[in-house]
Design a binder for this molecule. Structure first.
Ligand code: TNX
Length: 529
């Protein structure tokens, strides 16, 4: 079977049916019919056939679900929404690569999770609108429905905000860029001594363009403004956002910064609401990501304004102050019909956190009890564990097979009712070229797509690999290159036997090795095309 993600149920039938520019497209769902026509027009003429879409709410209950049934003359699609019809088209595109396809039966296919997402860090390194669009097209091909856009961080602010023009005039630029990890703990890591980021940001028009392009592919775009930590780029423009108010520079170094926003003063609350106001005009998705990760409380502990706020509100401690900030943001977003998402540090104050806040679980904070307890309380989670899905690490550290194992069960979740879905985040500190971005992202996106769609009992890694290889030429025909099997399989290594330093060392070595490898082999394949 040549299909990723693996459908709930699939059978090959006897005979073949045409899939070419000679295929006639008819039925319900005008938008998908138009897309089908465009897709088929790119193929050469072939055996006559018909692709027919029928709206059937009785049979297809899931709004993203669909069914396909074909014989040698007609491909029949059932769906209840344009999205379901579009996903049928995406399945057919994979099945019908060569101008015809085997007759088949896909019985009532539907996703395991409603939220299937990819995150791209556009702060540390900037990616063009064209690049983002080509990744969105891959997300659609594998039925992912969310693009989480990481638009701000310590090292660069990338979203135009009209009320705060400095954010992109100044906050997008850093003086130099850290290019290696060696010596980091001693503070003598290597840098490229070159300004980065002037003019590298998205205008509001460009963000709207991405949203519209994504919407055509049934993908929602969830913007993230990371707060109150990871905000040095904004603080460099508006120092009054910090506890001390002293001048700061956009960071050139990676990591977790002590200089965070002051949640004792009103400045950050007002700033955040203004930014949310402008972005909500651009992003219609019912979610907004406020980041909330890696917020060291060092400065809050000695900040008179933060301490006074803690007292005034009767809060337990600094974590509770972040909890208060999060709740304020969640409340404001609710007035705009949006639910707030935050990295799972938002649960550091889980006792006071509003339960409609969604926690994106990327790291164990002590134990799992807190996150599991959040689910029991009726809260929602998105599964995004770094040890399974992070894409900035080499395949030798994290083979695709490891990513494939990120099931609710593996994380100790008994009742997955509160699990909204899955996301694979791509962090781009050390990703400076599109080649490396492609090399590290495409194969893992495809893997996570199946993790988010296919029922756990139908998941089988060996079978997945077989389909990935069978679809290699399909993906490559779109420019989505997949590393060779021996690379994405990684080396069979037990990471648990390595020391922490040993792991980092391997990460470093393999990163260098992969960059070289990418240039040599991947670069050549791309050039040939
Ligand atoms: C942790 S994951 C971060 C990011 C880094 C990433 C590097 C998360 C919420 N925060 O700021 O880029 O590790 O892997």
């Amino acid at each position: 079977m040549k299909l990723i993600p693996r459908p709930v149920e699939y059978a090959i039938k006897e005979g073949v049916v045409g899939w070419s520019s000679s295929t006639q497209v008819t039925g319900d769902f005008p938008k998908t019919i138009e897309q089908a026509k465009q897709l088929l027009a790119q193929k050469s003429a072939g055996k006559a056939s018909r692709l027919h879409f029928t709206k059937d709410d009785e049979r297809i209950k899931d709004p993203e679900g669909y069914a396909i049934k074909s014989n040698k003359d007609v491909i029949q699609v059932l769906a209840s929404t344009e999205t379901g019809a579009f996903y049928a088209l995406m399945s057919l595109e994979q099945l019908g690569e060569s101008g015809e396809m085997e007759c088949c039966f896909v019985r009532d296919d539907a996703p395991k999770y409603a939220y299937r997402s990819f995150q791209l860090d556009c702060s540390r390194h900037f990616w063009t609108v064209e690049k983002i669009k080509s990744i969105l097209r891959l997300l659609a091909a594998v039925k992912m429905n969310t693009f989480h856009w990481h638009l701000s961080d310590d090292q660069g602010w990338r979203a135009e905000i009209k009320k705060y023009p400095l954010l992109t005039e100044k906050g997008s630029i850093r003086k130099k860029t850290q290019i290696g990890l060696v010596g980091y703990s001693r503070g003598n890591e290597p840098y490229e001594e070159k300004e980065y980021g002037r003019g590298l940001f998205y205008t509001q028009e460009q963000m709207k363009e991405v949203v519209a392009y994504a919407a055509d592919l049934h993908i929602q775009v969830v913007p993230e403004i990371d707060m109150p930590g990871h905000m040095v780029a904004a603080i460099a423009c508006y120092p009054e956002l910090s506890c001390t108010g002293e001048p700061a520079e956009v960071s050139s170094r990676w990591g977790v910064m002590d200089n965070i926003c002051c949640c004792g003063k009103e400045n950050i609350y007002n700033f955040a609401k203004d930014v949310i106001d402008e972005l909500c005009e651009i992003f219609p998705a019912p979610y907004f990501h406020i980041g909330g990760d890696e917020v060291p409380k060092t400065r809050w502990k000695t900040c008179p304004a933060c301490q006074a706020k803690i007292k005034e509100l009767g809060l337990k401690d600094e974590n509770a102050l972040q909890g208060y900030f999060n709740n304020e943001m969640a409340k404001y977003l609710r007035t705009k019909g949006k639910r707030m998402i935050g990295w799972n540090e938002v649960l550091d104050a889980s006792d006071i956190m509003d339960t409609d806040v969604i926690a994106q679980w990327w790291v164990y904070r002590g134990s799992k009890t807190r996150e599991l307890g959040w689910l029991e309380k009726g809260g929602n989670l998105i599964m995004s564990m770094w040890g399974y899905v992070y894409m900035d690490h080499p395949y030798n550290v994290r083979p695709l097979s490891k990513t494939y194992k990120m099931t609710a069960q593996a994380l100790g979740i008994k009742d997955k009712k509160g699990v909204l879905g899955v996301e694979c985040p791509q962090w781009c500190e050390y990703i400076r070229t599109e080649e490396k971005l492609d090399f590290l992202s495409f194969a893992r996106i495809i893997t996570v797509a199946e993790v988010g769609w296919t029922p756990d009992h139908k998941m089988d890694y060996k079978d997945f690999e077989g389909r990935l290889e069978a679809l290699r030429s399909f993906f490559e025909s779109h420019g989505w290159y997949i590393p060779p099997q021996k690379v994405y399989r990684g080396k069979a290594r037990d990471l648990a036997t390595l020391t922490y330093a040993g792991r980092w060392n391997m990460w470093r070595k393999n990163s260098y090795w992969e960059v070289e490898w990418t240039k040599k082999h991947f670069g050549e394949i791309i050039k040939k095309k």
